[in-house]
Design a protein around this ligand. Sequence first.
Ligand SMILES: *Cc1c(COP(=O)(O)O)cnc(C)c1O
Length: 423
Amino acid sequence: MMGRLSRSSAEAFDADDELAGLRSRFAIPEERTIYLDGNSLGRPPLEVRQRVLSLLDDEWAGRLVRGWNEGWYDAPRRVGELIGRIVGAAPDEILVSDSTTVDLFKAVTAALRMRPGRTAIVSDILNFPSDLYVIEGVAKLLGAGHRLELIGSRDGGVTPDLDALSEAIDRRPALVVLSHVTYKSGYLYDLAAVTRAAHERGALTVWDLSHSVGVVPIDLDAAQADFAVGCTYKYLNGGPGSPAFVFARREVAEKSESPIWGWFGRESPFSFELEYRAAPGVARFLAGTPPILSLIALEAALAPTLGSGPELLRRKSTALTEYLIALFDARLASLGFTLHTPREAEQRGSHVAIGHPAGYQISQALIGEMGVIPDFREPDLIRLGCAPLYTSFTEIWDAVDRMKKVVEERRFERYSSTRHAVT
Ligand SMILES: *Cc1c(COP(=O)(O)O)cnc(C)c1O
């Protein structure tokens, strides 16, 4: 192989990579496994282990219930403040608790109630199906005639139809609910522009930042975003099932109501008053006791992201996806693979989706015998996540080389196309 796309070019990129040293801050027991699924479950940062051990031994075992007044009770706000630095939110506008699904339910319900009389909820067919289920469930629950209007795509699901989006917004919907980076194609919305357009028509916005937080610079306050939610076990490396964050802009939070009136979202929960009174600001979106073990693990896990900053992470992420797409063109396109991610760097997040009629079997062969872990999304997409904190250019090169080999040597044919429970 020659020049820019040879394996030695990948090694040269790694040698020049200002973030390369960060990989040593992660627990990586099998160096040979190429992990390209950090967009689904990030690798564990080293500090998490020490922090969790001390949480178990010193805090839980040692301090017992006293732990609540020694850092546990404040954890949703404290960890929220750290994530606020990553997404451009003030400390009183964001907190961490519950799952993305539950936080989305709270945000969508609160937002719809702030726009009585308006019935349209705009989203797109690229959105995570679970997000659409939540919206439809809320519409049914409110029983106020809300309907979901889905924007389509004119290129087979890679990019949304932006003209249709702006027409839908012109019809003055109640709400626009979108994933900042879409989970399959990795399309990246212009969050500020869509928010501005929605506001010009009096609509509110709920952004799902699950696939952008930690890899795309985000400034929720500058964009005047209304609500946002996001996952912390993907690029933020919080660990399986780590709790999500919920953001509500200060002026919006004060006027909004959580649909779940729990004691943690009440003003002074430990007064044990019989009547509910919402806590000030975003704190009303807390519900019950937060998952402290996961929350404290997440707090420790944020260190590498906070230390690098969004601009450097974005620069490396873009370089990785750019390189992956160049390798796709040179080495995979002729083998029946197709690209399902935008080619323009400013239109994509940090993963690249590659289709193939035997996509599922190829992903199984990569995992089964090639030491590469991607993930698979229906109907035929292999998703390759580039986590700028620990993915190297050489790993990208080797993964593409092995994908090529799996198809050229028809190794995938030995694998069944029957799906596992978790793909
Ligand atoms: C990963 C992801 C979720 C996950 O939600 P959970 O409640 O953690 O299962 C939700 N929305 C989007 C867009 C995601 O990418």
